[in-house]
Write a protein that binds this ligand. Sequence first.
Ligand code: HPA
Length: 263
Amino acid sequence: MENTIKYINEKTNNFKPEIAIILGSGLGELADEYSDIVIPYSDIPNFAKSSVKGHKGNLVFAEIKGKKIVMMQGRNHFYEGHKMSEITFPIKVFKKLGIKTLILTNAAGAVNTTFKPADLMIITDHINNLGTNPLIGPNDDDFGTRFPDMSEVYDKSLIELAEKCANKLNIDIQKGIYWANSGPSYETPAETNLIRILGGDAVGMSTVPEAIVANYCGMKILGISCITNSASSEKLSHEEVIEAANKAKIKFKSLILEVISNI
Ligand code: HPA
């Protein structure tokens, strides 16, 4: 950890970001537009490399709307074979860098039948169906407590702010519960029905490990899903997911920028 922080501080001239954003599948463009300093994950000591199409694998630093931001252009997933500790290592790095607010974004399939592809959904809560937990193992009291509370993982005031920003921009916004599966296979129709019965509104393969660790570390979290498809209503490919994310990315970007300027 120490050599990671030292390397980043040297590369960024002690940039000291306040907000971190993890940009999910097809949503990495914000970091192309605002990129004062770009560091490939492969150059950063202890960072795992992303292997997924649509995920570039850069840590990008920029001043946006007067705020100092660090962005992950692409993330690591459990289905790639990464350990939970590798997936959530960047969150601990963010904590050490002094991040107070984390914006988590992802592409997700709609389980709620009122959602349409290219809708944006503010995450109000999550269900961890990954079959593991990123906090398993010895606890480091420097980051958080052994049995952390998870009663408000997604900050209520940030949810309200994101809703207000969406209304101001005339963006239709959904709210709902994000269900995390490991993937990489998409859901069967029976699995999607089960998720709906058990309270999920959208399903994806990421976000929950990062959210658990960031909440444990005491960060305020905002989560936004870009709905890319109806989960298992018809045949689905990763290309379709990227295509729908592309359709949503203009409103996604304007929402994120509006939120940043009001944090
Ligand atoms: N299921 C799981 N993950 C996803 C989906 C889906 O339908 N769409 C985008 N990511």
